[in-house]
Ligand binder design. Structure first.
Ligand SMILES: C[S@@+](CC[C@H](N)C(=O)[O-])C[C@H]1O[C@@H](n2cnc3c(N)ncnc32)[C@H](O)[C@@H]1O
Length: 315
């Protein structure tokens, strides 16, 4: 029989706790950032000591999942006995599909049991499905010390030191700690884990900074060519009439119609920016398009652009 992780046995035993019954200390430390109506997700909740603590304290919108059916079944059993409302279900972090957005996403000592590309994908998805100012609390084991014998066969995705933090370069880091601790569970001898602990917040300004960083290459092009201005004032000025006139387009009947208006507008402003008479350009353009008889090669379309030699000669 294939080896199974140590927690499966104790998840099946309702008389003992596999992990400490108290919630993780980081939750207590950052609970002040939550509201009672915060929407909360725990991935890899096990027996659910964290979500149970939150449910007992009046948080009413909690989802929690774990791969282990025994873990989730124990959590259901405890919730029923204690009158707690938690939406707990079995699911695989490697395949998890977000269907809503959260104020808090947390995961403790779970990512390392999922292949690295999969847990990274989960984090990316979780980031997208986090509300503005929402937080993530992540404890993950790293490869700073070798995987202890109790988890070694299953720890397929140990993080490199600091790797988890790098995934949040566009969020505000509220806390990052790295440490090694001694651990012990029922039936498992003392061992060590290396941990990265991260608490991050989805803050607007960091999102903007992330955008600037992602677009760095385009934003710095003006440094390589003196004819490129360091600002985009011309583009801003070109779209100003459109922004001012925006209310007039409130009454587009369909999204496609609004999109067509925007395309037309872009064409008109680009013609102006290239020194063409707009009326002449549009007349010429429609004549060219009609004459092409539905054969629109890339080359042909390029020749119709307001900056093309042909357009410049004819309009
Ligand atoms: C070391 S235990 C930690 C449990 C809990 N997070 C805690 O801190 O007490 C790891 C947990 O991750 C769960 N797990 C492992 N692989 C998973 C996956 N692919 N999707 C969801 N949960 C997973 C296990 O079933 C187990 O409950």
């Amino acid at each position: 029989m294939d080896k199974i992780p140590f927690w499966e046995e104790t998840y099946r035993n309702r008389d003992i706790n596999t992990f400490p019954a108290e919630p993780n200390g980081t939750i207590l430390e950052f609970e002040h950032l939550l509201r009672k109506d915060s929407v909360i997700l725990e991935a890899g909740c096990g027996e659910g000591q964290n979500v149970r603590y939150l449910a007992k304290n009046g948080y009413s919108d909690i989802d929690a999942f774990d791969l282990s059916e025994a873990g989730i079944s124990k959590l259901h059993w405890i919730c029923e006995r204690e009158g707690l409302h938690i939406n707990a279900f079995t699911d695989d972090l490697a395949k998890f599909q977000f269907t809503k957005s959260y104020d808090l996403v947390m995961t403790f000592a779970t990512l390392c049991f999922v292949e690295k590309d999969k847990w990274k994908h989960f984090i990316e998805d979780a980031k997208e499905h986090t509300k503005p100012n929402g937080i993530h609390i992540i404890h993950t084991f790293t490869n700073t010390v070798p995987a202890s014998p109790d988890i070694a066969p299953f720890a397929v995705g140990l993080a490199d030191e600091g790797e988890i933090k790098d995934l949040y370069s566009d969020w505000e880091v509220l806390q990052f700690k790295t440490y090694v601790f001694d651990d012990e569970h029922p039936g498992v001898p003392k061992h060590q884990h290396a941990v990265n602990k991260l608490v991050v917040r989805k803050t607007g300004i960091y999102r903007e900074a992330g955008y600037a960083r992602n677009q760095k290459e385009s934003l710095c092009r003006f440094l390589e060519d003196g004819s490129i201005p360091a600002h985009n004032n011309r583009a801003e000025n070109a779209i100003r009439p459109f922004v001012i006139g925006r209310k007039n387009w409130l009454f587009s009947q369909t999204a496609k119609g609004a999109s067509a208006s925007a395309d037309m507008y872009s064409l008109v402003e680009t013609a102006k920016a290239n020194g063409l008479g707009v009326f002449d350009y549009l007349c010429w353009l429609f004549r060219q398009i009609t004459a092409a008889n539905h054969i629109y090669t890339d080359e042909f379309l390029e020749s119709l652009m307001p900056w093309s030699e042909k357009a410049q000669e004819n309009c």
